[in-house]
Design a protein around this ligand. Structure first.
Ligand SMILES: NC(=O)c1ccc[n+]([C@@H]2O[C@H](COP(=O)([O-])OP(=O)(O)OC[C@H]3O[C@@H](n4cnc5c(N)ncnc54)[C@H](OP(=O)(O)O)[C@@H]3O)[C@@H](O)[C@H]2O)c1
Length: 305
């Protein structure tokens, strides 16, 4: 298959391109600069420089490269650090998830491409009531905290637009697997505290497992939404001290909710205390997905020690 990967030079794209090429697919990979294009070529893709927010350029790129399938992995999350002004920090990513998705879907429609897989997100999205772990059928948070409303709405838009067009939205867990992961740096420097009781449940996924699931989704008929997460959703009070131990950092600081809210805003407090995790049974059952790292415990240890 000829596969067009938008955002091929990012964390997940760079794992996905070699896996696709290794399975005999021809990969067209996008990035935004010639320097990155060279790296993409080395990974096994035919590189093109493309701004996903330029819908005319998107249309031309798809028409010129004649892919059989499109994978949307473009985000603008590099160097993110301000979670207090959540929507402001995610503004460009939100545009890529709304305008970028719409541009790719329109180009796909015009070119008669039916296979479409896009990056969505599983964490901090499900309703903060009931059990700690949610399936794809469970409701999303009907009242996200004000600072995250635009970001949540952009992910909802992506899920609906992609599945409405017959495609597949993959709600990935929190990525890990890169040696210089931002989360790991924050834990190393003790900038990631346990807030309140640390009861917010997080789901993780190793980048290689996320890439493997993406390739399986490419061979599957849509529409569909899948949680692409590992087998062990865990409260912050469990995974955060364990990660600190694995990387040889001091134990995380502890902040009462009120103090954390004052310093860091409402979004990090809710993520650390109320978030729900995600279940992966549907992806295993319907995509035939198996994980190399069923638990972040082993994955963190193998990656960061
Ligand atoms: N589920 C998750 O937990 C999750 C999801 C996404 C990212 N992250 C994390 O966020 C950090 C940064 O992610 P990242 O390394 O993937 O970088 P990123 O800055 O989010 O970029 C991802 C991809 O999108 C492309 N891109 C950005 N703006 C674009 C635009 N306007 N048009 C077309 N393409 C565009 C980038 O191209 P260039 O390379 O040319 O900039 C890159 O290929 C990593 O630590 C990653 O693990 C986590």
């Amino acid at each position: 298959m000829r596969v067009f990967v938008a955002g091929a030079s990012g964390a997940i794209g760079a794992r996905l391109v070699p896996q696709l090429a290794g399975r005999g697919h021809q990969v067209i990979g996008t990035c935004r600069s010639p320097g990155r294009a060279q790296r993409l070529q080395a990974l096994g893709a035919e590189p093109i420089v493309l701004d996903l927010l330029d819908s005319r350029a998107v249309r031309k790129a798809i028409a010129d490269t004649t892919p059989d399938a499109i994978i949307h992995q473009a985000t603008a999350l590099a160097g993110l650090s301000d979670f207090k002004h959540f929507d402001r920090s995610f503004a460009q990513t939100n545009r890529l998830r709304t305008e970028g998705t719409d541009a790719l879907l329109a180009a796909a429609r015009e070119a008669g491409i039916r296979r479409f897989v896009a990056q969505s997100y599983a964490c901090h999205r499900y309703a903060r009531q009931g059990g700690p772990v949610k399936t794809e059928d469970d409701p999303l948070d009907p009242a996200p905290v004000p600072a995250m409303r635009q970001t949540e709405a952009a992910m909802d838009h992506l899920d609906q637009a992609v599945t409405g067009a017959g495609g597949i939205a993959l709600r990935y867990g929190n990525f890990y697997g890169d040696p210089d992961d931002g989360l790991v740096q924050a834990v190393r420097t003790r900038k990631f505290p346990i807030v309140g009781d640390g009861g917010g449940v997080w789901s993780f996924i190793h980048l290689d497992d996320a890439a493997a699931a993406t390739i399986l989704a490419l061979g599957h008929d849509g529409p569909g939404i899948y949680n692409i997460v590992d087998d062990e959703p865990a409260p912050t009070s469990a995974w955060l001290p364990e990660l600190a131990k694995i990387i040889g950092a001091k134990p995380p600081q502890r902040f009462p909710r009120l103090l954390a809210r004052l310093f860091a805003g409402q979004a990090p407090v809710v993520m650390g205390t109320e978030s729900r995790g995600a279940a992966n049974a549907k992806a295993k059952r319907e995509l035939g997905w198996t994980l190399r790292y069923p638990s972040w415990r082993q994955g963190f240890a193998d990656t960061y020690t």
